[in-house]
Each structure stands twice: as structure tokens, then as C-alpha cells.
Design a protein around this ligand. Structure first.
Ligand SMILES: NC(=O)c1ccc[n+]([C@@H]2O[C@H](COP(=O)([O-])OP(=O)(O)OC[C@H]3O[C@@H](n4cnc5c(N)ncnc54)[C@H](O)[C@@H]3O)[C@@H](O)[C@H]2O)c1
Length: 333
């Protein structure tokens, strides 16, 4: 199957493209390179441009009329940045997605797989969240994701567009061949910060938030290996129509996580275990917009996609460390 992947030069997009290729499918990448890496597009069908560029979308579909679905990953994604620049986030993520959805529906590309986030959920006292949990994002970034989900539900109800929404929890790691991974020089995510400390790129790991209502006071997350996440996309595309039919709906939301919550202190201990390196910690108050955390109930994805995460937290950490060691070579920096 040929699949349009917006944001295909990004972290998750490029790894999903690898998983699609390995499963015998052909990704067609669309990315503006506002972020992302040109190196991740090498050897692939790639269009550099914006998701809201309607003439470009028409050209892509004219040149690849076999495109059967669109995976929409293009977005601005950094929570603190979204607090500082809400206009950029609402414009890029919400307004431009609306243009994309309208144009691809007109072009007859009516299967849309959307990258949403656990950031759409409100607080969960026992941390486990089902797809019907309270939706109450705590940042402009999370609100853009929720607004896009709502747009998709409305469009699916009244047009030919069909939508499967994947709410990712916290992706970590690289693909098995270490072809792509987190490319930011100084990653803002917690594992990226731990990895930098292991590699000696910084002296200490700053643990933000130690007084939270979790079992050890630190933030809790559901770290899912990005290769498992990429496989979830392949499965969702292959079972797209069947999953919607089984759900008796034009629009479906699925959590994609491991079903396990891990605190920052537990992650820190796991990183020390996997790397064999001691990581000094300093503590600081939580960052604005940071959620206490949650883990996914993943029964719906198991039932409708036949997908479950297979790789462990340790696999994800080892993969992140291996990628960080070879990142500059891949990125030719
Ligand atoms: N990484 C995570 O922790 C995480 C968690 C949950 C959800 N997500 C979602 O997964 C998707 C991919 O995230 P990622 O971590 O790979 O981010 P990323 O920044 O690496 O990839 C996003 C890509 O989208 C491109 N892009 C942004 N706006 C564009 C536009 N208007 N037109 C064309 N291209 C554009 C960027 O250049 C970038 O390559 C995003 O939608 C993100 O919100 C990510």
C-alpha cells in the first residue's frame, strides 16, 4: 500500500516509514523541514513542503494516485514552546491540519491515521487512562491535539473522511537498524536528558518535580518503544477498514502505550542499570505544563488492531543509548 506520511522527516515519522517499508508498503513523505532531518528522507519518496499547501497536495496525489491512506504526524510538538508561542501551535497544528483534511478528502484519500497524544487527558487519580477518560489537556500543545481529534470526529460524521486516532504515550528509542531517532541536539524529554548525562554531555540530570502525588513523588509516564509504536501504525493501516467496522464507527480513538507506568526515579534507576553508568541527580520544581502523568489502558488497540507493545523499557533505553552514540554519524554533523 502507498501511504502519505506528513511529518515523515521527523522522529516518529521516519521510523514509521521504515516499519512501513519493512512490511512491504511504500511511504510518500511530506515535510516542511521546519523541524525533522533531511537525512531521514534519503532514499525515500520525499516532498518538501507544507501540509496546508493545497497545490502541492494535488501534485503529490496526481503523481501517486495509488495513495490509499494518510498518516498525519506533522506538527509542532514541544509543550513549553507551545506555552511561549500558542499562535504558532494553533496555526500550524490546528488550522493547517484542517486544510490538509479538506484537500485530501477532495482528492479521494479518505483514510486518515492521526498522531494524537496522552497530553489530551486530564488528571487520572489511579493513573490508568482508558480512551473515554476525561479530556482536559494542560498545555496549548495538548489542546491542539484535542481540537484536531474533534475536527476529525466532525468531518468523519459528515464527509467521506474516515479517521483512526492513535494517542501515543511516551515514545523512546530508535529503529532496530538505528536509521533514525531523536535528532534534537539537546532533547527536552526526560530520557534524552538522562542519556546526555550517561554520555558525559552534561554533568547532572535535573529531575523536575519531586513532590507529585505518585508512588515516589516524581512524574509517571508510559514509555513505549518507538519501534512498537511504528508497528502499531502499520497494523492500523492494514486493519483500518476492519477496525472501524468492528467499532461500528467512522472515527476511532486508540491508546498506544505499554500499559505500564514508570516514574522518573524508576527510569533513572533503569538507565543506570542498562548503561552501567552512575547518573548524578539534582532536583528542581516541575516545568510549566508538565502533567503528573498516566499510563495507557491498551485493551482497545489489542482487540481492534491485534497490537500490543512487545519491547521492554530496558530495550527502549538500550536503543536510545545506541542511537545517541551514533546520531552524529547518521546526521553527518
Ligand atoms: N515524540 C513524542 O513524545 C510524541 C508523543 C505523542 C504524540 N506525538 C506526535 O507524533 C507526531 C510526530 O512527533 P515527533 O516526535 O516525530 O516530532 P518531530 O518534530 O520530529 O516531527 C514532526 C515533523 O513535522 C514536520 N512539520 C511540522 N509542521 C509541518 C507543516 N506545517 N508542514 C509539513 N511538515 C511539518 C516537522 O518538520 C517535523 O519533521 C506529532 O504529531 C506529535 O505531536 C509525539
Amino acid at each position: 500500500m502507498k501511504v502519505l506520511v506528513t511529518g515523515g522527516a521527523g522522529y516518529i515519522g521516519s521510523i514509521t516509514a521504515t516499519a512501513l517499508q519493512q512490511a512491504g508498503h511504500t511511504p510518500v513523505l511530506l515535510d516542511s523541514l521546519v523541524n525533522g532531518e533531511q537525512a531521514f528522507t534519503e532514499g525515500r519518496i520525499f516532498y518538501q513542503g507544507d501540509i496546508a499547501d493545497r497545490p502541492l497536495l494535488r501534485r503529490i496525489v496526481a503523481e501517486h494516485p495509488e495513495i490509499e491512506a494518510c498518516v498525519h504526524m506533522a506538527a509542532l510538538t514541544i509543550v513549553p514552546d507551545s506555552i511561549a508561542r500558542p499562535y504558532a501551535y494553533y496555526q500550524n497544528n490546528v488550522a493547517k491540519s484542517l486544510e490538509l483534511f479538506d484537500e485530501i478528502t477532495r482528492l479521494g484519500c479518505t483514510r486518515l491515521l492521526f498522531s494524537s497524544s496522552a497530553a489530551v487527558y486530564g488528571p487520572a487519580p489511579d493513573f490508568e487512562v482508558y480512551e473515554d477518560h476525561l479530556l482536559a489537556p494542560s498545555s496549548p500543545y495538548g489542546r491542539t491535539k484535542l481540537m484536531i481529534e474533534q475536527m476529525l470526529a466532525d468531518l468523519a460524521a459528515s464527509t467521506d473522511l474516515r479517521a483512526v486516532v492513535l494517542r501515543y504515550f511516551n515514545p523512546i528509542g530508535s529503529d532496530p537498524q538505528l536509521r533514525s531517532g531523536v535528532y534534537a541536539g539537546i532533547p527536552s524529554h526526560v530520557l534524552g536528558q538522562l542519556v546526555r548525562t550517561v554520555l558525559g554531555e552534561q554533568d547532572t540530570f535535573t529531575l523536575t518535580g519531586t513532590d507529585l502525588p505518585t508512588r515516589d513523588g516524581t512524574g509517571l509516564r508510559d514509555y513505549v518503544h518507538v519501534w512498537d509504536l511504528a508497528r502499531a501504525h502499520v497494523r492500523a493501516l492494514e486493519r483500518f477498514d476492519a477496525a472501524l467496522e468492528a467499532a461500528d464507527s467512522e472515527h476511532l480513538v486508540l491508546n498506544v502505550g505499554t500499559g505500564q507506568g514508570v516514574t522518573v526515579r524508576e527510569l533513572h534507576a533503569a538507565v543506570e542499570r542498562v548503561s552501567g553508568v552512575s547518573v548524578p541527580v539534582v532536583t528542581a520544581p516541575p516545568r510549566p505544563g508538565d502533567a503528573v502523568g498516566a499510563f495507557a489502558n491498551v485493551d482497545r488497540a489489542a482487540e481492534l488492531l491485534g497490537w500490543r507493545a512487545e519491547l521492554s523499557l530496558e530495550d527502549g533505553i538500550a536503543s536510545s543509548l545506541a542511537w545517541a552514540r551514533q546520531r552524529n554519524q547518521v546526521l553527518k554533523r
